[in-house]
Design a protein around this ligand. Sequence first.
Ligand SMILES: [Mg+2]
Length: 313
Amino acid sequence: MGNRFEFRPYIRPFRQPLKTHYGEWRDRAGILLRLTADDERVGYGEIAPVPWFGSETLEQALEWCQRLPTELPPDTIPAISNSLPACQFGFESAWEAMSTEMNQPQLPLSALLPAGAAALSAWKPLWKAGYRTFKWKIAVATPLQELKWFECLKQLLPVDAKLRLDANGGLTLEQATEWLEACDRNTVEYLEQPLPPHQFQDLLNLQASFATTLALDESVATLQQLQQCYEQGWRSVVVVKPAIAGSPAQLRQFCQTYLIDAVFSSVFETAIGRQAGLRLAAELGNRARAVGYGTTHWFEHDLQKFDALWQTL
Ligand SMILES: [Mg+2]
């Protein structure tokens, strides 16, 4: 008597490499999980690590999967170390999916634009497809060049479009100041992680010095980091990537205790991880902001049926 545990690794290429301050990302690799109860109820989950954000590596996640017994006792979730946040999310969401009716919440999405000058034309078909919030990665080319593209992009975008910028921690304090001056002149929804996490005090100072809202992302990758930043006084936007934040149950508890301005965001999961993330977004995110799950156009194939997706592996 118990639940059967299975896992299958996957890899899928981006339609075009994703350029950020970290370099080029060509393939998304992760692991799909399936739990099957005695009565044949099935729950899918997904482990989608992003090690450069501070999650475990794919290898560490695979090792954890291989060590977990294939037959699990019926009513116990295995204890999973906080050093394996993507595994915590993957397993717990599979568990939840097995025991609850899963639905796909319909939320306004923010569409991710390509970095550089490509954004100047890429927003248009996305606007036509219904997106009203866009995110553009900066700190990929020189600030001089990117500031020019930014001014162009702002002029091209319809007035009711919202724009978010994301530096992935790649600016110097001087560059961040320059960007924030430009943002104050041009209006953006927010500037995400201008400086790396270790410059937390500078981030607080910048938020106090400019009208433009700042968001933390890399600084709050895991629930423990999110708690720390909150305790140290951060009250502005936080980007929550549930797939690497850790236990959904603990994340719920934190978000229901403290009033945080959270934008839930994808890490390029398949439809399985996305559904679990969107459910948390609908429950815990700031409904006045678009969620960061407008990323499916970055892949050629995006299978929505979980059984079919599982069968491809
Ligand atoms: Mg970000």
